[in-house]
Write a protein that binds this ligand. Structure first.
Ligand SMILES: Nc1ncnc2c1ncn2[C@@H]1O[C@H](COP(=O)(O)OP(=O)(O)OP(=O)(O)O)[C@@H](O)[C@H]1O
Ligand SMILES: [Mg+2]
Length: 354
């Protein structure tokens, strides 16, 4: 079997007394679309942050294309070929959509500062190639008509697609997508599946997808790995994982199997049939499934001081999500004082849309 693009072995990340990731091992094969799922707080984003150098794991190994990347800085890892998007969107809000995409790749130009100042032929050629690539990405993500608009004015779902487009400008070999369907309506989420497949084929990418929207996960992933409380509870084909009793128990907050309990497949189907954007997609929370409240939802509501009646529509939650982006936990949270590299997450990608 081909060497894995990404291999984690016994990765552990501890925040104070909390084992956010407690010895996770996984392997992502070349060209694979790999789903990483689990309830809220399971450790998914922390795993991404351990891979991208935002956090250095206390224990374990992270290998990218056979080489250890533990201890490497986020910008080194990004340039080595691991791209990512963030659970909380990070764009340059007052730059245009096109500029947000172009800016990601400018420092990869070999013609450098003087090339740009003197507008040398090599600089012009590189600039033209970058522009072509940016246009292609904007086209596939249906952002071309918005190219000259300020990023902050885009609907939420479009901002998520813009983040993916920007991450691709660095020509990653592996891309980590953290809840790309959050905030998308069900039509957009459906399209996202095709776009993810297209990306993989067009850019010969390997993709790791963290997502709560089960329609997207089950529709597009070839392998699904489920974590809960920082530990692996299932790993296998989508069918295997969606029928795994441990996975159902983790999502539904119950122990053991009971007849008549919905499987994740049923969850995905119910979401599709109702045509509703799952709560997961609107709020970034684990879905409320046909009246079944998950443990994570209950916890999330407690955290947020009351249930939110999230409205429909892709732009819902935009302002509050933008506001959250500085305080949430994509890795640059200041709340964890025992972490080595937390502040580094801004090094690897441009800042949040503000
Ligand atoms: N910087 C941090 N400092 C302290 N605790 C943290 C930090 N980042 C994450 N945690 C905690 O680690 C655990 C895992 O968090 P993580 O964000 O990785 O979960 P997740 O699976 O991405 O959840 P979600 O689906 O809600 O995004 C949670 O209990 C979280 O509160
Ligand atoms: Mg997360």
């Amino acid at each position: 079997m081909a060497e894995p693009v990404l291999a984690l072995s016994n990765v552990e990340k501890i925040f104070g007394g909390l084992r956010a990731v407690g010895g996770v091992s996984l392997e992502v094969r070349p060209g694979q679309i790999f789903g990483l799922i689990g309830p809220n707080g399971a450790g998914k984003t922390t795993i991404f942050n351990c891979v991208t150098g935002v956090y250095v794991p206390e224990r374990g190994e992270v290998r990218f294309l056979g080489r250890s990347i533990v201890g490497h800085k986020p910008h080194q890892i990004a340039l080595a070929g691991i791209g990512r998007t963030f659970q909380n969107i990070r764009l340059f809000g007052d730059m245009t959509v096109a500029e947000n995409v172009m800016v990601a790749a400018h420092h990869t130009q070999s013609s450098g500062f003087w090339g740009a100042m003197l507008r040398t032929r090599r600089w012009s050629e590189e600039e033209r190639a970058l522009r072509k690539k940016a246009e292609e990405l904007l086209e596939i993500f249906e952002l071309r008509d918005d190219a000259e608009d300020e990023a902050r004015n885009l609907p939420y779902g479009s901002q998520r697609r813009l983040e993916i487009a920007r991450a691709l400008m660095l020509q990653p070999k592996l891309i980590l997508l953290d809840e790309p369907a959050a905030g998308m309506n069900s039509r957009e989420a459906d399209k996202l599946k095709d776009q993810i497949r297209w990306l993989r084929d067009r850019f010969e990418l390997t993709i790791v997808l963290v997502e709560h929207n089960m329609q997207v996960v089950m529709g597009v992933c070839e392998h699904v790995h489920c974590v809960d409380h920082g530990e692996t509870i299932a790993s296998g084909s989508p069918v295997q994982v969606q029928n795994d009793p441990h996975v159902l128990a983790a999502y539904l907050g119950t122990e053991g199997e009971e007849e008549g309990r919905p499987s994740l497949e049923m969850v995905a189907r119910m979401e599709a049939e109702s045509g509703e954007t799952p709560l997961s997609a609107r709020s970034g929370q684990t879905p409320v499934i046909a009246g079944v409240e998950t443990r994570a939802d209950a916890a999330g509501r407690e955290d947020q001081g009351g249930g939110e009646d999230q409205g429909e529509g892709e732009s819902q939650g935009e302002s509050e999500r933008q506001g959250e982006s500085e305080s949430e936990d994509d890795g640059d949270s200041d709340s964890d004082s025992d972490d080595e590299d937390e502040g580094g997450s801004d090094d690897d990608e441009p800042g949040a849309a503000r």
